[in-house]
Design a protein around this ligand. Structure first.
Ligand code: TRP
Length: 346
């Protein structure tokens, strides 16, 4: 696989190309609805999607409910998480008239692509995927066949709509690479059906979680977009810092303090070093006050929109109904093409 730097470089060229010729691109990306979306999602990818939407590219957003059970055995709260994610998207500026928002499980034809796709990769290739490896290790359980093969499933997510531009975080790059391999091998074997998709890695830095590790729902170190201002203050107040009065940015030695600085710096659009200087000898207390107001001020307009949208309980359902129908129609057409290419039309 090419290096991350090369991918990032190519990403910025592709982003420019998409802005100039939006009609040539179809964006497909999405989420695993394992919990509420948080600031890491926002700065990592949602922000970028809203920007892409403005250029006029067509966009599909998958709420990948089948990916929830890759490494856990419950679907409790999936519905709540899917609905919450739709509200977050809309509040962040995704326009459901322009973007197709759908759930995996509502599009049966998408999953049928997985069968021919599985025939195009080897078990050894699946075992080599570094993201699957680390997800398997942190799951602390036996490797399920779905966890091992979900990158192939994700290729179906991307290719069912002939997505050719896939905005993702770094950890999803191996999956986009797998989709590229599958598209090429399918086309070689059966004739040209699929585009070879490009990953688009976002330029914005990864948002650290409140403890300095990656921001993740499962680490409990995340600021959810849907939190109230008071919950946000409590989450920030509850983080571990240290007793040094002088605030400095040092992610190695002071992960807690530095994570807070990074978070506020993103919201304020300043550098964490400058922010540390500004807080100076104020200690953790001053730091936490600055961070809590930076985050709450930043999220305030989005949260106000979210609250407004949530008043109409039919809204989310109708966005999903519409998105599911649209995705299904597209998947049906692709499946017909696949069957024609494979000669399995009877
Ligand atoms: N695996 C992605 C994540 O971890 C979610 C996802 C599912 C996805 N299908 C996708 C991302 C297709 C990009 C394209 O969040």
């Amino acid at each position: 696989m090419e290096s991350f730097i090369a991918t990032a470089q190519r990403s910025s060229e592709i982003a420019d190309a998409a802005a100039q010729h939006p009609e040539k691109y179809r964006v497909l990306t999405g989420e695993r609805p394992t919990g509420p979306l948080h600031l890491g999602h926002y700065f990592g990818t949602i922000h970028e999607r809203v920007r892409l939407q403005r250029t006029g590219v067509e966009m599909f957003l998958v709420l990948a409910d089948y990916q929830v059970i890759t490494d856990r055995d419950t679907t409790a709260r999936v519905r709540e998480n899917v609905h919450g994610a739709v509200l977050d998207y809309l509040a962040a500026g995704i326009d459901p008239d322009r973007a197709t928002i759908f759930a995996h499980s509502a599009v049966p034809e998408l999953h049928q692509l997985m069968l021919p796709f599985l025939s195009l990769v080897t078990e050894a290739e699946l075992h080599r995927n570094p993201t699957v490896k680390s997800e398997f290790e942190s799951s602390g359980r036996a490797l399920s066949a779905l966890l091992l093969t979900y990158p192939v499933h994700q290729a179906a997510d991307i290719l069912f709509c002939k997505g050719n531009l896939v905005p993702v975080g770094k950890d999803n790059l191996p999956h986009v690479e797998m989709a590229r391999v599958i598209a090429r091998r399918f086309n070689e074997r059966y004739g040209d059906v699929f585009p070879v998709p490009d990953a688009l890695v976002t330029a914005s830095p990864e948002v650290p979680g409140l403890d300095g590790r990656k921001m993740s729902k499962s680490y409990g170190n995340a600021i959810a977009l849907s939190m109230t201002p008071d919950e946000t203050v409590a989450a920030i107040r509850g983080t571990r810092t240290d007793s040094e009065r002088r605030i400095t940015f040092d992610p190695q030695l002071r992960p807690g303090v530095s994570a807070l600085l990074s978070t506020a710096a993103l919201c304020l659009d300043v550098s964490p070093l400058d922010l540390a200087d500004r807080i100076g000898d104020g200690g953790s207390n001053a730091l936490k006050n600055v961070v809590a107001s930076a985050v709450n001020d930043y999220l305030e307009p989005m949260r106000a929109r979210r609250e407004q949208l949530a008043k109409d309980p039919e809204l989310v359902r109708s966005v999903l109904r519409h998105g599911n129908e649209k995705a299904r129609a597209v998947a049906e057409v692709t499946l017909v093409e696949v069957r024609e290419a494979m000669g399995t039309v009877y």
